[in-house]
Design a protein around this ligand. Sequence first.
Ligand SMILES: Nc1ncnc2c1ncn2[C@@H]1O[C@H](COP(=O)(O)OP(=O)(O)OP(=O)(O)O)[C@@H](O)[C@H]1O
Ligand SMILES: [Mg+2]
Length: 446
Amino acid sequence: MSIPVVTVGDSRDDLVGGLERLHGPVSVVRRCSELAELLAACQSGLARAAVVAAGSEELTASLVDRLSAVGVVVVALSDNPEETARLWTIGVATEARGVDAAALAARISAAVAKLSGPVARPGLTATDGVQGGGYATDSMEPGHATRTSGGHATASRGPTGKGRIIAVWGPAGAPGRTLVAANIAGELAAEGQSVLLVDADSYGASVAALLGLLDEAAGLAQACRLADQGLLDADALLRIATPVATKAGTFRVLTGITRADRWTELRAAALTLVLERAREVADVTVIDTGFCLEADEELSFDTGAPRRNAATLKSLESADTVFAVGAADSIGVPRLVRGLAELQAAVPQAAPQVVLNKVRAAAVGRSPERQLRAAWERYGPAASLSAFLPSDPAASDAALLAGALLLESAPESELRRAIAKLACAPAQRKADSFGFSSTARRLAKG
Ligand SMILES: Nc1ncnc2c1ncn2[C@@H]1O[C@H](COP(=O)(O)OP(=O)(O)OP(=O)(O)O)[C@@H](O)[C@H]1O
Ligand SMILES: [Mg+2]
């Protein structure tokens, strides 16, 4: 069966006519005058492939993601090497503008076969087939596309960076996600690891405030914007990420959105690319996520619409380690138990390490850890308890007041020690081979 194709823009020669004359593997079902029309045509189920013969500069990762969500691959024609590289980054296959019809048809067929195969593409959830960064990986060097006879590239990606991703999640009720995430980042930096802290809480970003940063830049939104345009390389990411120096070590921060209504700036496809880059520039990326795991698409018929909880879900899907933080009291524990069931349904591969925070006798009775363990057994959630973090209002308030981490403002506190133990447990540690990537080292020196 021939592959239905929609096109936009005119090529140098009558390429569309050439494709039609092939009477072969592809058939042009509509010529569109602009990308919006092409998107609408694809969303109506008309096509399996879209050929962008001119104007590829308007293609973004989000648009490509929307097209791949409805089973459409994009092939763009460009003779500009920079544009070709950008297109490759956002998942678009390319051919030269002078390509002949037969070669273009072959490229389209290959891209469609690839999309139908067992590989993932930007924006796909890990539950769709691939865990982790979510990109197709071929046997090639990072940053190099597969070369074709015409010298052009398919939309394949190289291996991902080696850095690990830790996501800190927890249900509603301010159980301490931000405090735990920021202090884990600080402890890992103090250990000598290169660390990127990302505020992906699309409901109540607060990493900048906790660290006392006068930041209005919404670094994560900036990074997502560049990633969407296919322009976020390692240098750009490191330029956007604010350095935070502590007595014990320096780490970088991508601050969160400054108003909750800016959540549309954190789209899944772009955030996936940001996290992919993060793995390249940092040994460990620590993400402070939002609480809500609802899958927006179940609430909306528009599957292409931006998703309110995309940042949290994508962070959890991308993470190698997930900490689920709950408040150790009679409201926080049942909430966490319910939240873990939701997490299991939304991101089955997350395998969270459960952390009870603000542990205090006043809320649960004498020997609070024993009481909490007994309560946990009664609720019977699948995940077992991994760690208890003591309630320490004096230490956490002193840190907040100073805009500092516990390792600076309360280094001897039990709370600091417990978080350091959590952060520096062998499972969280990287092998020595990790080190700063060369780009990161260069920028750190500069
Ligand atoms: N172990 C602790 N002992 C005492 N206070 C704590 C502890 N952990 C966190 N807190 C305090 O609880 C409050 C909420 O913490 P935090 O902002 O980290 O929670 P969150 O889960 O990120 O909340 P939000 O839903 O607002 O994002 C803060 O005032 C913080 O200082
Ligand atoms: Mg928070």
